[in-house]
Design a protein. Sequence first.
Length: 69
Amino acid sequence: MGLNYAIDCRACGAHSEYHTTIVVRSKNTHLHLADHVDTECAIRCPVCRARLNNSVAEFHQQVTISLSE
Ligand SMILES: [Zn+2]
């Protein structure tokens, strides 16, 4: 079980994806994670290192989170 992040970087136009493994404590965990975007710890484009989460709105414009089995 994990999360897939599909990134469409506004700064360089690159499309990239990465995968994280999470410990699921409840069936709603992924919904919580998708709703809670940490804007203090920078999430960056792996190609150009542009910061993707200056705000929650910017994050959602550039990153799509989906749950994988
Ligand atoms: Zn980029």
